[in-house]
Design a protein around this ligand. Structure first.
Ligand code: ZN
Length: 297
Protein backbone atom coordinates (compact mmCIF):
# COMPACT_ATOMS: atom_id res chain seq x y z
CA UNK A 1 0.00 0.00 0.00
CA UNK A 2 1.47 3.33 -0.99
CA UNK A 3 2.02 5.90 1.70
CA UNK A 4 1.87 9.63 1.30
CA UNK A 5 5.41 9.81 -0.06
CA UNK A 6 4.88 7.26 -2.83
CA UNK A 7 3.65 9.86 -5.29
CA UNK A 8 1.95 8.52 -8.42
CA UNK A 9 3.83 9.80 -11.49
CA UNK A 10 2.03 12.56 -13.41
CA UNK A 11 1.69 10.30 -16.44
CA UNK A 12 1.48 6.52 -16.25
CA UNK A 13 0.20 3.74 -18.51
CA UNK A 14 -1.95 1.07 -16.88
CA UNK A 15 -3.72 -1.96 -18.28
CA UNK A 16 -7.16 -2.91 -16.98
CA UNK A 17 -6.59 -6.39 -15.51
CA UNK A 18 -9.93 -7.76 -16.71
CA UNK A 19 -10.45 -6.16 -20.12
CA UNK A 20 -6.93 -5.41 -21.26
CA UNK A 21 -7.89 -1.81 -21.98
CA UNK A 22 -4.99 0.64 -21.89
CA UNK A 23 -5.58 3.64 -19.64
CA UNK A 24 -3.17 6.57 -19.46
CA UNK A 25 -3.41 8.15 -16.02
CA UNK A 26 -2.61 11.82 -16.68
CA UNK A 27 -3.11 13.67 -13.40
CA UNK A 28 -0.87 16.53 -14.49
CA UNK A 29 -3.28 17.60 -17.23
CA UNK A 30 -5.98 18.75 -14.81
CA UNK A 31 -4.11 22.03 -14.34
CA UNK A 32 -3.92 22.98 -18.01
CA UNK A 33 -5.57 26.23 -19.04
CA UNK A 34 -8.94 26.35 -20.75
CA UNK A 35 -9.08 29.08 -23.35
CA UNK A 36 -12.02 28.61 -25.66
CA UNK A 37 -14.62 30.84 -27.26
CA UNK A 38 -15.43 34.00 -25.41
CA UNK A 39 -11.86 34.88 -24.45
CA UNK A 40 -10.03 37.65 -26.23
CA UNK A 41 -7.80 36.71 -29.15
CA UNK A 42 -4.80 38.36 -27.47
CA UNK A 43 -4.99 35.67 -24.79
CA UNK A 44 -4.65 32.94 -27.41
CA UNK A 45 -1.28 31.15 -27.09
CA UNK A 46 -1.46 30.03 -30.74
CA UNK A 47 -1.87 33.46 -32.35
CA UNK A 48 1.33 35.12 -33.61
CA UNK A 49 3.01 36.72 -30.60
CA UNK A 50 1.33 34.26 -28.25
CA UNK A 51 3.08 31.92 -25.84
CA UNK A 52 3.49 29.06 -28.32
CA UNK A 53 3.94 31.15 -31.46
CA UNK A 54 6.31 34.06 -30.79
CA UNK A 55 7.23 34.48 -34.49
CA UNK A 56 5.18 34.71 -37.71
CA UNK A 57 4.31 31.32 -39.22
CA UNK A 58 2.16 29.57 -41.80
CA UNK A 59 2.09 26.22 -40.04
CA UNK A 60 3.94 25.41 -36.85
CA UNK A 61 4.54 22.53 -34.43
CA UNK A 62 5.71 22.47 -30.84
CA UNK A 63 5.89 20.01 -27.96
CA UNK A 64 2.70 19.88 -25.89
CA UNK A 65 3.26 21.77 -22.66
CA UNK A 66 0.79 19.48 -20.88
CA UNK A 67 1.68 16.12 -22.41
CA UNK A 68 -0.54 13.14 -21.61
CA UNK A 69 2.53 10.90 -22.15
CA UNK A 70 6.11 11.50 -21.01
CA UNK A 71 9.14 11.70 -23.28
CA UNK A 72 8.48 14.57 -25.73
CA UNK A 73 6.03 12.42 -27.66
CA UNK A 74 3.01 14.73 -27.72
CA UNK A 75 3.02 17.66 -30.13
CA UNK A 76 0.63 20.40 -31.23
CA UNK A 77 0.27 21.39 -34.89
CA UNK A 78 -0.93 24.90 -35.71
CA UNK A 79 -2.79 24.95 -39.03
CA UNK A 80 -2.82 28.68 -39.63
CA UNK A 81 -1.98 31.99 -37.90
CA UNK A 82 -5.63 33.01 -38.45
CA UNK A 83 -7.47 32.47 -35.17
CA UNK A 84 -10.87 32.30 -36.85
CA UNK A 85 -9.91 29.89 -39.62
CA UNK A 86 -10.97 26.25 -39.64
CA UNK A 87 -9.22 23.30 -41.25
CA UNK A 88 -11.74 23.35 -44.11
CA UNK A 89 -11.42 27.11 -44.66
CA UNK A 90 -7.67 26.87 -45.33
CA UNK A 91 -8.39 25.73 -48.87
CA UNK A 92 -6.36 23.20 -50.82
CA UNK A 93 -3.03 25.04 -50.50
CA UNK A 94 -3.43 25.57 -46.77
CA UNK A 95 -4.51 21.99 -46.10
CA UNK A 96 -1.63 20.70 -48.27
CA UNK A 97 0.77 22.67 -46.05
CA UNK A 98 -0.70 20.99 -42.97
CA UNK A 99 -0.33 17.56 -44.63
CA UNK A 100 3.33 18.35 -45.37
CA UNK A 101 3.86 19.10 -41.68
CA UNK A 102 2.01 15.89 -40.69
CA UNK A 103 4.45 13.98 -42.92
CA UNK A 104 7.52 15.71 -41.52
CA UNK A 105 6.53 15.17 -37.88
CA UNK A 106 5.29 11.59 -38.42
CA UNK A 107 8.56 10.52 -40.03
CA UNK A 108 10.76 12.42 -37.54
CA UNK A 109 8.96 10.92 -34.54
CA UNK A 110 8.72 7.48 -36.15
CA UNK A 111 12.49 7.39 -36.66
CA UNK A 112 13.00 7.38 -32.88
CA UNK A 113 13.92 4.09 -31.22
CA UNK A 114 11.23 4.63 -28.60
CA UNK A 115 8.38 5.24 -31.07
CA UNK A 116 6.37 2.47 -32.75
CA UNK A 117 3.26 4.32 -33.86
CA UNK A 118 2.36 7.93 -34.64
CA UNK A 119 -1.22 9.17 -34.44
CA UNK A 120 -2.06 12.50 -36.10
CA UNK A 121 -5.43 13.85 -34.99
CA UNK A 122 -7.74 16.83 -34.46
CA UNK A 123 -10.58 17.51 -32.05
CA UNK A 124 -12.76 20.35 -33.34
CA UNK A 125 -15.33 22.03 -31.10
CA UNK A 126 -15.58 22.62 -27.38
CA UNK A 127 -18.26 19.93 -27.06
CA UNK A 128 -15.68 17.26 -27.78
CA UNK A 129 -13.00 18.71 -25.59
CA UNK A 130 -10.97 21.14 -27.69
CA UNK A 131 -9.77 23.64 -25.08
CA UNK A 132 -8.48 26.28 -27.53
CA UNK A 133 -10.53 27.34 -30.57
CA UNK A 134 -7.55 28.44 -32.72
CA UNK A 135 -7.33 25.84 -35.56
CA UNK A 136 -4.89 23.15 -34.51
CA UNK A 137 -4.33 19.43 -34.34
CA UNK A 138 -2.14 17.14 -32.29
CA UNK A 139 0.26 14.25 -32.64
CA UNK A 140 0.89 11.41 -30.20
CA UNK A 141 3.91 9.18 -30.74
CA UNK A 142 3.40 5.89 -28.89
CA UNK A 143 6.08 3.49 -27.67
CA UNK A 144 3.72 0.66 -28.68
CA UNK A 145 1.01 0.11 -31.28
CA UNK A 146 -2.35 0.81 -29.58
CA UNK A 147 -4.87 -2.02 -29.71
CA UNK A 148 -7.37 -0.46 -32.14
CA UNK A 149 -4.65 0.71 -34.52
CA UNK A 150 -3.01 -2.70 -34.34
CA UNK A 151 -6.28 -4.44 -35.13
CA UNK A 152 -7.22 -2.06 -37.93
CA UNK A 153 -3.86 -1.79 -39.67
CA UNK A 154 -2.74 -5.36 -38.99
CA UNK A 155 -5.56 -6.60 -41.19
CA UNK A 156 -4.91 -4.06 -43.93
CA UNK A 157 -7.30 -1.58 -42.46
CA UNK A 158 -9.95 0.35 -44.23
CA UNK A 159 -9.79 -0.58 -47.90
CA UNK A 160 -12.00 1.37 -50.30
CA UNK A 161 -13.98 -1.62 -51.53
CA UNK A 162 -17.56 -1.16 -50.42
CA UNK A 163 -21.11 -0.77 -51.52
CA UNK A 164 -21.73 2.19 -53.87
CA UNK A 165 -24.51 3.25 -51.51
CA UNK A 166 -21.84 4.25 -49.00
CA UNK A 167 -19.74 6.33 -51.39
CA UNK A 168 -19.63 10.08 -50.70
CA UNK A 169 -17.22 11.43 -53.30
CA UNK A 170 -14.09 10.45 -55.19
CA UNK A 171 -11.31 12.17 -57.14
CA UNK A 172 -8.33 10.91 -59.17
CA UNK A 173 -6.58 9.20 -56.29
CA UNK A 174 -8.84 9.44 -53.20
CA UNK A 175 -12.22 8.09 -52.15
CA UNK A 176 -14.48 9.16 -49.28
CA UNK A 177 -17.19 6.86 -47.95
CA UNK A 178 -19.32 6.26 -44.89
CA UNK A 179 -18.12 3.11 -43.08
CA UNK A 180 -20.75 0.33 -43.00
CA UNK A 181 -20.91 0.03 -39.20
CA UNK A 182 -19.83 3.32 -37.61
CA UNK A 183 -19.78 3.87 -33.86
CA UNK A 184 -20.75 7.55 -34.27
CA UNK A 185 -23.86 8.93 -36.05
CA UNK A 186 -21.68 10.86 -38.50
CA UNK A 187 -18.63 9.10 -39.92
CA UNK A 188 -16.64 9.44 -43.13
CA UNK A 189 -13.40 7.69 -44.06
CA UNK A 190 -11.02 8.98 -46.73
CA UNK A 191 -8.49 6.62 -48.31
CA UNK A 192 -6.28 6.48 -51.38
CA UNK A 193 -7.57 4.24 -54.19
CA UNK A 194 -4.20 2.50 -54.33
CA UNK A 195 -2.64 1.14 -51.16
CA UNK A 196 0.02 3.21 -49.44
CA UNK A 197 0.99 2.77 -45.82
CA UNK A 198 1.84 6.29 -44.73
CA UNK A 199 1.29 9.89 -45.79
CA UNK A 200 4.99 10.18 -46.65
CA UNK A 201 4.44 7.73 -49.53
CA UNK A 202 2.00 10.08 -51.27
CA UNK A 203 3.60 12.10 -54.05
CA UNK A 204 2.90 15.81 -54.57
CA UNK A 205 -0.12 15.34 -56.81
CA UNK A 206 -1.68 12.77 -54.49
CA UNK A 207 -1.13 14.96 -51.45
CA UNK A 208 -3.03 17.71 -53.26
CA UNK A 209 -5.81 15.25 -54.07
CA UNK A 210 -5.97 14.40 -50.37
CA UNK A 211 -6.04 18.10 -49.45
CA UNK A 212 -8.88 18.79 -51.84
CA UNK A 213 -10.74 15.71 -50.61
CA UNK A 214 -10.39 16.87 -46.98
CA UNK A 215 -11.65 20.34 -47.91
CA UNK A 216 -14.60 18.83 -49.76
CA UNK A 217 -15.59 16.35 -47.04
CA UNK A 218 -15.23 18.85 -44.16
CA UNK A 219 -17.34 21.30 -46.14
CA UNK A 220 -20.05 18.67 -46.71
CA UNK A 221 -19.99 17.83 -42.99
CA UNK A 222 -20.45 21.49 -42.02
CA UNK A 223 -23.43 21.72 -44.38
CA UNK A 224 -25.04 18.51 -43.15
CA UNK A 225 -26.80 20.33 -40.31
CA UNK A 226 -26.21 23.92 -41.56
CA UNK A 227 -23.96 24.44 -38.55
CA UNK A 228 -20.20 23.97 -37.98
CA UNK A 229 -20.09 20.39 -36.79
CA UNK A 230 -17.86 19.23 -33.92
CA UNK A 231 -15.67 16.40 -35.12
CA UNK A 232 -12.80 14.09 -34.34
CA UNK A 233 -10.36 13.38 -37.14
CA UNK A 234 -7.40 11.01 -37.11
CA UNK A 235 -4.97 9.43 -39.54
CA UNK A 236 -4.40 5.67 -39.53
CA UNK A 237 -0.87 5.12 -40.84
CA UNK A 238 1.42 2.10 -40.99
CA UNK A 239 3.28 1.66 -37.68
CA UNK A 240 7.05 1.90 -37.47
CA UNK A 241 7.42 -1.77 -36.63
CA UNK A 242 7.59 -4.88 -38.79
CA UNK A 243 4.50 -6.84 -39.71
CA UNK A 244 2.17 -4.21 -41.14
CA UNK A 245 2.90 -4.72 -44.84
CA UNK A 246 -0.80 -4.63 -45.77
CA UNK A 247 -1.63 -1.45 -43.82
CA UNK A 248 -3.74 0.93 -45.91
CA UNK A 249 -3.53 4.63 -45.06
CA UNK A 250 -6.86 6.24 -44.23
CA UNK A 251 -8.33 9.21 -42.41
CA UNK A 252 -11.38 8.78 -40.22
CA UNK A 253 -13.65 11.73 -39.39
CA UNK A 254 -16.52 11.22 -36.94
CA UNK A 255 -19.03 13.43 -35.12
CA UNK A 256 -21.35 12.70 -32.21
CA UNK A 257 -24.12 14.90 -33.72
CA UNK A 258 -27.23 13.05 -34.85
CA UNK A 259 -28.89 16.41 -35.59
CA UNK A 260 -27.81 20.05 -35.24
CA UNK A 261 -26.55 20.66 -31.71
CA UNK A 262 -27.93 17.29 -30.68
CA UNK A 263 -25.20 14.83 -29.73
CA UNK A 264 -25.76 11.13 -29.55
CA UNK A 265 -24.09 10.21 -26.28
CA UNK A 266 -22.00 7.13 -25.89
CA UNK A 267 -23.86 6.15 -22.73
CA UNK A 268 -24.52 3.33 -20.27
CA UNK A 269 -25.49 0.56 -22.68
CA UNK A 270 -22.57 1.31 -24.98
CA UNK A 271 -19.99 1.73 -22.25
CA UNK A 272 -21.39 -1.17 -20.24
CA UNK A 273 -21.76 -3.72 -23.02
CA UNK A 274 -19.25 -2.47 -25.55
CA UNK A 275 -21.82 -2.55 -28.36
CA UNK A 276 -23.13 0.58 -30.04
CA UNK A 277 -26.55 1.83 -31.08
CA UNK A 278 -26.44 4.25 -34.00
CA UNK A 279 -29.66 6.13 -34.86
CA UNK A 280 -28.31 7.30 -38.24
CA UNK A 281 -28.47 4.81 -41.13
CA UNK A 282 -25.05 4.88 -42.85
CA UNK A 283 -26.52 4.60 -46.37
CA UNK A 284 -28.83 7.56 -45.68
CA UNK A 285 -25.95 9.62 -44.32
CA UNK A 286 -23.94 8.83 -47.47
CA UNK A 287 -26.88 9.88 -49.65
CA UNK A 288 -27.19 13.22 -47.83
CA UNK A 289 -23.45 13.87 -47.99
CA UNK A 290 -23.37 12.97 -51.69
CA UNK A 291 -26.19 15.39 -52.43
CA UNK A 292 -24.99 18.17 -50.13
CA UNK A 293 -22.76 19.98 -52.57
CA UNK A 294 -25.40 20.03 -55.29
CA UNK A 295 -26.57 23.31 -53.74
CA UNK A 296 -23.04 24.68 -53.53
CA UNK A 297 -22.56 28.17 -54.92
ZN1 ZN B 1 -5.44 32.28 -31.81
Amino acid sequence: MGGKNDAVPESQRRIDPFLGTTIHIVGGRQSRPIISDGRSVTACPFCVGGLEAPDPYETRWFINRWPPMDGDRCEVILYSPNHDASFASLGVDGIARVIDLWVERTETLGARDDVEFVLVFENRGTSIGATISHPHGQIYAYDHVPRRSNQLLGTGGWVPSFDDQLLVVGNDSMIAAVPPAPVYPVAVTIAPRVRVGRLSELDRATRRDLASMLADVLDRLDRLYDEPIPYMLWVNQRPFTAGFDDAWLNIEIVSPWRAANLPRYIAAAEVGAGEYFNPVVPEELALRLRASNDQSV
